[in-house]
Design a protein around this ligand. Structure first.
Ligand SMILES: NC(=O)c1ccc[n+]([C@@H]2O[C@H](COP(=O)([O-])OP(=O)(O)OC[C@H]3O[C@@H](n4cnc5c(N)ncnc54)[C@H](O)[C@@H]3O)[C@@H](O)[C@H]2O)c1
Length: 335
């Protein structure tokens, strides 16, 4: 069933995943409200649809309950993406991460419930598997969190569960696994590896891999994540009020990732194939391996990831290459 003609609030809609969600919802004739405080998100991420008649932007902060109540007025559904991401950021400043990811999350839950939203779909995280060594990761077997960020994302799941039990409020938590794709920020100390490595390679810089590069990740193309969110809005009632892994359902090592990126970028600039790699030390709070079972999402949400990692990387590399070319043509430097 396709989601159409609904009013949907996307929190964090000016961020990486949120802006991809806004774009997909608008393409299906929905009205989209984006709530973002632009602490991390960027206006350029929503430039493409800022003037769309069905899009409205509320500049506000989820730590402020009044902003949340204002944003949920009249909405059918909420796709809650706003958060402070990044394990290292949370280790550097656990109080900031907690206030956005826990207090902000609770504000959004309360506001959405009080406004009568039909479903509250929220971004949770593979970091919740923590120190569990079980593979593939199944939703019901988690370990102890390895970072403040992981704690906050697990608390989200606990609150959502309690809001169903105590208020009958409908929620779905989507545990994302290392999402990548267009509009992911390549810069700053907390940038994710894929956009960071792509932009470094485009500048002929050697990417730095933390550790020996044999850590593995279930890298997930953003279009698969968008699909899962849309399915969560239309799935049967009995599929609600639980958690789903949203991933590709495979894994590659960091060394393999760099090889893929170099090969794909070499199609644009052959010299990139010869760039080396630097190995740094392992990063605190990092899970060594992540690999999801996506059976539950397949069964209950009819989720079927349309993009393999390679296919997603191809789209992503092409997008960053085009962005870079536009900047260079305009004389505005590099990404
Ligand atoms: N990217 C991934 O690999 C990944 C993996 C697991 C979970 N997640 C979760 O998915 C969600 C989206 O992640 P993303 O990668 O798009 O991150 P992002 O940083 O690009 O987007 C988050 C957005 O939230 C906004 N925001 C932050 N604090 C806010 C506040 N107080 N009030 C209002 N808006 C605020 C930011 O400005 C930003 O636009 C987050 O909840 C994140 O924890 C992401």
């Amino acid at each position: 069933m396709m989601i159409r003609y609904k009013t949907i609030l996307v929190t964090g809609g000016a961020g990486f995943i949120g802006s991809n969600l806004c774009e997909a919802l608008l393409a299906k004739d929905n009205k989209v409200i984006c709530l973002d405080n632009f602490s991390i998100g960027k206006r350029e991420n929503i430039d493409g649809f800022l003037n769309h008649p069905d899009f409205s932007l509320i500049e506000g902060d989820i730590r402020n309950l009044a902003d949340c109540r204002n944003a949920v007025k009249g909405v059918d559904f909420v796709l809650h993406q706003a958060a402070l991401g990044s394990v290292p950021r949370s280790i550097a400043d656990p109080i900031a991460t907690n206030s956005v990811n826990v207090t902000g999350f609770l504000n959004m839950l309360v506001a959405a419930k009080d406004a009568g939203a039909k479903r509250f779909v929220y971004a949770c995280s593979s970091s919740t598997y923590g120190d569990s060594t079980v593979m593939p990761k199944r939703e019901d077997v988690i370990g102890k969190p390895l970072s403040p960020y992981a704690v906050t994302k697990y608390v989200n799941e606990l609150y959502a569960d309690v809001f169903h039990k105590t208020y009958g409020f409908n929620t779905i938590g989507l545990r994302y696994f290392n999402v990548f794709g267009k509009r992911q920020d390549p810069n700053g100390p907390y940038a994710a590896v894929i956009p960071k490595f792509i932009t470094q390679l485009m500048k002929y810089e050697a990417p730095v891999i933390n550790g020996d590069g044999e850590h593995s990740r279930d890298f997930t193309y953003v279009a698969n994540v968008v699909q899962a969110n849309l399915l969560a809005l239309t799935c049967e009632q009995e599929s609600l009020n639980t958690i789903y892994n949203i991933a590709y359902g495979g894994r590659i090592t960091l060394n393999e990732l760099v090889r893929h990126l170099k090969n794909q970028l070499a199609d644009y600039d052959a010299a990139i194939a010869n760039i080396g790699v630097i190995h740094g030390s392992n990063r605190l709070g990092d899970i060594p391996h992540s690999f999801a079972s996506i059976e539950k999402a397949k069964r209950n949400l009819h989720y079927e990831p349309a993009y393999t990692v390679e296919a997603g990387l191809k789209q992503t590399v092409e997008w960053y290459w085009q962005q870079q070319s536009k900047l260079v043509e305009a004389g505005k430097g590099v990404l």
